[in-house]
Design a protein around this ligand. Structure first.
Ligand SMILES: Nc1ncnc2c1ncn2[C@@H]1O[C@H](COP(=O)(O)OS(=O)(=O)O)[C@@H](OP(=O)(O)O)[C@H]1O
Length: 304
């Protein structure tokens, strides 16, 4: 669909602030839930690369890095289409004439790069069968919560977050799309040793993008020059991506995403949660966190 047409698009109200419906106990939009058989039976290919994340963990950033690597640092090629058309979001089900992730993915020639927010137990089994490579990116819980809260305010295709106070409780209880943050990061952490999964952290990417991009290069068995690497670091920096219409979601009509409420590329900073959590909310969150993360070897850096 052309960008001009997309801007004129008036979505039927039923797709905005959508109904939700669980899939095996995980909250999804009703549209995803009703399309679940097709999603579950999605056919992965051995040369697929999947970028898997909990929502707001740095998906778009990683997608841009990967696309730049695959295109040897050619910025123009990476601006051929919106992120969501370059790298289909497999479970995201939309009404026509918008492109659903499955349709886009099925039409795409190999090798494909795909995106998902599915918790590990809901990943279509063909990914395991085909042994496709997966990059998982995790971001600390409180920053994910803050980012998800603002995103839910500006994106009319996800449920309304309510007040900040309400949202903190909703997030803790895992009553958000794609379910509990705690279960998501732990589930993928456990899976990483049995499959071809590169597990990265948003905070590490922020601290040293060069080092983390080099990990991705190794995982993808790609070699690039120092010049191309520098270009990738620059092009995928927050400030540059914020200005890139093919990565910042501003090509979507305001009836879907209203950047005047909160931009998609909002702050891109670890530790922003400190500007939102009250002392009491933070203590409660930590108590609940300890319980939910108990027994897992997964830890997040808190010093930045
Ligand atoms: N290049 C770069 N550097 C640092 N941070 C970045 C970058 N690109 C996106 N972001 C920030 O990532 C947050 C959006 O997360 P996702 O892309 O995972 O969102 S989504 O789940 O795909 O909707 C959102 O985080 P917040 O700013 O904290 O809301 C984006 O600003």
């Amino acid at each position: 669909m052309s960008l001009e047409k997309m801007n004129d698009l008036q979505l039927d109200d039923k797709y905005l602030e959508p109904e939700t419906k669980e899939v095996n106990g995980i909250l999804m939009t009703k549209m995803i839930s009703d399309n679940w058989d097709n999603i579950w039976n999605f056919q992965a290919r051995p040369d697929d690369l999947l970028i898997a994340t909990y929502a707001k963990a740095g998906t778009t950033w990683t997608q841009e890095i990967v696309d730049m690597i695959q295109n040897d640092g050619d910025v123009q090629k990476c601006q051929r289409a919106n992120t969501f058309d370059r790298q289909p979001f497999i479970e995201w089900t939309l009404p026509p004439p918008l492109n659903s992730g499955l349709d886009l993915a099925n039409q795409m020639p190999s090798p494909r790069t795909l995106k998902t927010h599915l918790p590990v137990q809901l990943l279509p089994p063909s990914f395991w069968k085909e042994n496709a490579k997966i990059i998982y990116v995790a971001r600390n819980a409180k920053d994910c919560l803050v980012s998800y809260y603002h995103f839910s305010r500006m994106n009319k295709m996800v449920p309304d977050p309510g007040t900040w106070e309400e949202y903190v409780e909703t997030f803790k209880a895992g009553r958000v799309l794609w379910g509990s943050w705690h279960d998501h990061v732990k589930g993928w952490w456990k899976a990483k040793d049995q499959h071809r999964i590169l597990y990265l952290f948003y905070e590490d990417m922020k601290e040293d993008p060069r080092r983390e991009i080099q990990k991705i290069l190794k995982f993808l068995e790609k070699d690039i020059s120092e010049e191309v690497l520098n270009k990738i670091i620059y092009h995928t920096s927050f400030d540059v991506m914020k200005q890139n219409p093919m990565a910042n979601y501003t090509t979507l009509p305001t009836s879907i995403m209203d950047h005047s409420i909160s931009p998609f590329m909002r702050k891109g900073m670890p530790g922003d949660w400190k500007n939102y959590f009250t002392v009491a909310q933070n203590e409660e969150f930590d108590k609940d966190y300890q319980k939910k993360m108990k027994g897992s070897t997964l830890t997040f850096r808190t010093e930045i």
